[in-house]
Design a protein around this ligand. Structure first.
Ligand SMILES: Cc1cc2nc3c(=O)[nH]c(=O)nc-3n(C[C@H](O)[C@H](O)[C@H](O)COP(=O)(O)O)c2cc1C
Ligand code: SF4
Length: 495
């Protein structure tokens, strides 16, 4: 079970596979549309919309009418479960990302909950994904980097002196060192700067959970359980059915779980140390959650980066989370910073641009296996290990889910308990309802080419390219994105 980075072999453009949609009677008998249970909660169906950030909150992280519309539209499709986007648990500025780090966020979130209840006829369970993330700076302009950001200490002077064969640099004044580095060619920079300094120059400064020389990073194990627990309490007060702890992709908790985590304070290194803080946060949330509130975890079945955690780690962590009483495990894959592409100057590195990012949101340009249901084996292996350990914890799979038959087969084979679709539901938020009504031929099928993900990358309001096929910008009923060219919501389905 090695962490084989990325796609293997030749890349091929895959056609969308043909689909057969069921009749209403067949859908009514189907596993996907049968009831399920997530700890204390019953769900009407086993259909699931995983978290998707739409970039519609205010710059202060508050719910806006556009946030409400976004979730109202998903609720109209009546999925069994809808997970609200990654929502910041701290009370710090985070751009137009939803936040839940203070009680002032509760009223807006309560409106969101009430809207989803109403639009789904009370048939959709609503969770909110709780996220913590560390600092990621934009890639700097090199002049600013050398004249302002780079710290000039004895070590860098010594390395410059050695690289240039001139001992005078050991005591050179700081402005001279900065000026020399500004003129340096790449070979000299490679010789003088550390790997982290070069990364800060080429990609932008980025914190790691193992930067324990920084007090706020060292203290993460003391502050995060309380922050997650307080956020969960607010979610409960706002009326959510549960919370999903975001332990996946490029963010703080996934990095604690990562094999790359070398903290030496009992929270890094060996797997039982890496899982310690995620377990402590889970327990803190549980202790505050009450008996009718579900607590799930989204985490990685494989990081898909060199030296990162793989399926063997994920199996061990999943068994630990299940034993600690988590109500479900939603298995994702990849989406890490380690292999992300270099951003342009002034932009921040985006963790879905490398091979691990590909695995997180696979497109039709793929290897032989293609993008469809690509992550199912991870969920299946984790689920089997949890059952082997005597637990019934439900497992959710996602990644390239596009059809009824695919979902049915996953459930029939016991590879997962819930089948989630992000982009297909973005393309057509009504698709679950259309299937239930036996109207599958009316479904707008996702093309898996990631126009939506490109918008997410630039923190632009996320929309689907298929919504605009018959767009009339003059239509007064159509709300447009800030650029005036795109619909903000999927077109209404007129049956
Ligand atoms: C625009 C966009 C935003 C996303 N935001 C989140 C997020 O906030 N949290 C998360 O765990 N995953 C996020 N994802 C990943 C999806 O939940 C899902 O795992 C991924 O798209 C693969 O599933 P799919 O093939 O059904 O789209 C996002 C995906 C997209 C396309
Ligand atoms: S923009 Fe493309 S990948 Fe995204 S949901 Fe629409 S069709 Fe699918």
């Amino acid at each position: 079970m090695s962490s084989a980075p990325g796609r293997s072999g030749r890349r091929i453009k895959h056609a969308l596979p043909p689909v057969r949609w069921p009749t209403a009677a067949e859908a009514a008998r189907a596993r996907w549309f049968s009831p399920g249970r997530l700890g204390p909660l019953a769900t009407r169906t086993r259909t699931w919309v995983p978290a998707m950030v739409p970039w519609r909150a205010t710059d202060d992280g508050l719910v806006t009418p556009d946030v409400i519309d976004w979730y109202a539209r998903f609720a109209e499709g009546r999925p069994g479960v809808l997970v609200v986007e990654a929502t910041g648990i701290r009370d710090v500025p985070s751009g137009p990302l939803l936040r839940i780090g203070h009680d002032r966020f509760i009223p807006g979130l309560r409106t969101l909950v009430e809207t989803v209840r109403e639009k789904s006829g009370g048939q959709t369970r609503l969770f909110i994904q709780l996220i913590d993330f560390l600092r990621v700076n934009r890639r700097p302009d090199p002049t600013k980097f050398f004249t302002r950001y780079l710290e000039i200490g004895d070590e860098i002077r010594r390395r410059l002196a050695s690289a240039l064969g001139d001992g005078a640099w050991v005591t050179a004044p700081e402005p001279d060192v900065r000026a020399r580095l500004l003129q340096a060619d790449r070979a000299l920079l490679d010789a003088v700067l550390t790997a982290r300094e070069l990364e800060s120059l080429d990609f932008g400064y980025r914190e790691r959970v193992w930067d324990t020389h920084l007090p706020h990073i060292r203290e993460l194990p003391f502050v995060l359980p309380g922050l997650f627990a307080a956020a969960a309490r607010r979610a409960r007060t706002a009326g959510f059915d549960g919370v999903e702890l975001h332990y996946a992709h490029a963010y703080t908790m996934a990095s604690f779980l990562s094999r790359l985590n070398t903290r030496d304070d009992g929270y890094g290194g060996a797997p039982e140390h890496r899982v310690r803080l995620p377990l402590e946060a889970l327990r803190a949330v549980r202790a505050n959650a009450g008996s009718h509130f579900a607590v799930g975890i989204r985490y990685l079945g494989d990081e898909v980066v060199e030296g990162g955690s793989d399926l063997a780690d994920a199996v061990a962590f999943g068994v630990r989370f299940a034993a600690a009483g988590v109500d479900y495990l939603s298995v994702s894959k990849g989406g890490r910073f380690e292999d992300a592409k270099q951003p342009k100057v002034g932009e921040a590195v985006y963790p879905y641009t490398g091979e691990s990012g590909y695995e997180c949101m696979p497109t039709v340009i793929s290897d032989e296996r293609g993008p469809f249901g690509r992550n199912v084996p991870l969920a299946a292996t984790i689920r089997a290990a949890i059952r082997e350990a005597g637990r019934e914890t439900p497992v959710v799979t996602s990644g390239g889910i596009f059809s009824f038959e695919q979902a049915e087969e996953i459930l029939r084979a016991g590879e997962a308990d819930y089948v989630a679709a992000a982009r297909q539901t973005l393309a057509d938020p009504d698709w679950f309802r259309k299937i239930e009504l036996g109207r599958g031929e009316a479904i707008r099928r996702c093309e898996f080419t990631n126009y939506c993900e490109g918008l997410d990358q630039h923190h632009k309001q996320v929309t689907c390219k298929l919504w605009d096929r018959d767009l009339d910008p003059a239509d007064p009923d159509v709300r447009l994105a800030a650029d005036g060219k795109r619909r903000l919501s999927a077109p209404t389905w007129v049956d």
